[in-house]
Design a protein around this ligand. Structure first.
Ligand SMILES: Cc1ncc(C[n+]2csc(CCOP(=O)(O)OP(=O)(O)O)c2C)c(N)n1
Ligand SMILES: [Mg+2]
Length: 442
């Protein structure tokens, strides 16, 4: 089929980003609109579509405010760190220097871990990896603003949550290796960690399942009268799934103590966020539509992310209901080790991202206000680098892709059925027969 008008419409508007379109450019009869992607390979990075608010400019309402009275929070952008690296405005969380340094440490460890695992995949030591480069403040600041008893439902780009909750790196690496110490017993794609002890729910590769699961968990906590809350993370692309909407409806109706985090890193693999609905209105603005508080926050501003999460947590704990937080950030690296972003977006785009880098911004703030120095920073990087090296050395003693020890294949038949159905009994017997056959042939 040929759609001549649509391509004209697309070309005319592709650099406008959708916002502030002139009426003269609007079609005069119904037309299929294709959301524009701002910059393709070979073009200059273009972030003119991004709606920003100055640091310190957005008011901070009381935590018991009604969702319908704070629509502005879902359209503005809560920011604390300004361009001079000062913390300004009503959302300033006033964390002490020691706590901020812990935040910096977790973010740096996440980045160094990511970098090393990416290289391990490239040299064939693991099969697959996904980095969170540029998004470290989301997981780390949010985790630090929550309590250890709160239940977290992460996505595959939230390794900072596992690191900030204290899951040993060796455990995470053994999962990537699917070796004998893999907490998933070889049954999951690399990066799908979990930890019952740290209250980190299993990661699902089926996008957006985190939201209904977290809402259900929060409803149960409310029924039991507990004051632990649930927090979940999905990407902006995943919010196009029906699960997102079911979850918001249930959360609103039952006023579940839940924080629903939508990480808007602008991309869903090669698809720009406009196609998930970000062009006409912010993702956070979907909250008020359901009667849920919606807050749009600078996801690369550690202090703002911490403050907004703490606000939402307090709100949930006093029974004032759920919050939808849109964390505006940028996926600086490829989607995964199987992706090549130079095929679909502008080169050097991250260098032009208007909200900067979360680690660099917190570092600059600490240098200016909390006695941090380049020297201390360098030695912290060295220390964390050595920690990653030592952890990998230990992880491989539990098995690698090439060498044992290996997981017992019998494990694949366990943990699903209390009483094993006859077809699986037969398959297990066949496997045993084949394996003893193979041993006999040697
Ligand atoms: C239900 C479902 N549909 C499609 C996919 C394939 N898929 C995996 S990741 C991804 C992109 C998700 O983008 P986003 O939600 O923005 O998260 P991000 O990767 O940017 O963190 C897609 C389409 C999937 N895993 N599950
Ligand atoms: Mg995304």
């Amino acid at each position: 089929m040929n759609f001549p008008y649509y391509s004209v419409w697309f070309n005319e508007n592709q650099h406008s980003g959708g916002h502030g379109r002139k009426l003269t450019n609007m079609p005069r009869s119904p037309r299929l609109h294709l959301p524009p992607t701002p910059a393709r390979p070979g073009e200059s990075p273009d972030f003119s579509y991004l709606q920003l608010s100055p640091a310190g400019a957005v008011p901070r309402p009381d935590v018991n405010v009604r969702a319908r009275d704070i629509g502005y929070l879902s359209l503005e952008l809560v920011r604390v760190l300004d361009d001079a690296h000062d913390a300004v405005g009503p959302w300033h969380p006033h964390l002490d220097a020691a706590e901020l340094q812990v935040g910096l440490r977790h973010m740096l460890l996440t980045r160094i871990y990511d970098d090393r695992m990416q290289r391990n995949q490239r040299s064939g030591k693991i099969t697959f990896y996904m980095r969170s480069l540029g998004e470290e403040a989301v997981s780390v600041a949010q985790c630090m603003a929550l309590r250890p008893g709160d239940m977290l439902f992460p996505s595959y780009r939230n390794q900072g949550l596992h690191i900030a909750r204290g899951l040993p790196l060796v455990d995470m690496m053994c999962q990537l290796l699917s070796n004998t110490r893999d907490m998933c017993k070889g049954r999951q794609l690399p990066v799908m960690y979990h930890s019952a002890a740290q209250r980190l729910f299993s990661i699902s590769g089926n996008l957006a399942t985190q939201f209904p699961q977290a809402v259900g968990w929060a409803m149960a906590a409310a029924i039991k009268g507990e004051d632990d809350l649930a927090a979940a993370w999905i990407g902006e692309g995943s919010s196009a799934e029906a699960d997102f909407h079911h979850a918001l409806l249930f959360a609103a109706v039952y006023q579940a103590p839940v924080i629903l985090n939508l990480v808007n890193n602008q991309w869903a693999i090669s698809t720009f966020q406009g196609y998930a609905g970000g062009e006409q209105r912010s993702f956070a603005a979907r909250g008020p539509g359901y009667g849920i508080a919606g807050v749009r926050v600078d996801g690369n501003d550690f202090l703002a992310v911490h403050a907004v999460t703490q606000w939402a947590a307090e709100r949930a704990r006093i029974g004032a209901g759920p919050t939808l937080i849109e964390l505006v950030t940028y996926r600086a690296a490829a989607h995964s080790t199987s992706d090549d972003p130079s095929r679909y977006r502008a080169k050097d785009d991250y260098a032009h991202w208007p909200l900067g880098d979360p680690i660099e911004r917190l570092k600059a703030h600490l240098i200016k206000h909390a006695g941090w120095t380049e020297e201390r920073h360098r030695s912290l990087v060295e220390e964390l680098d050595a920690q990653v090296t030592a952890s990998w050395k230990e992880a491989v003693t539990h098995g690698t892709l090439a060498d044992g020890p290996r997981l017992d294949p019998d494990l694949m038949f366990e943990d699903v059925f209390k009483v094993m159905p006859p077809n699986l009994e037969r398959q297990r017997a066949a496997m045993h027969a084949e394996r003893s056959d193979a041993r006999w042939r040697k």
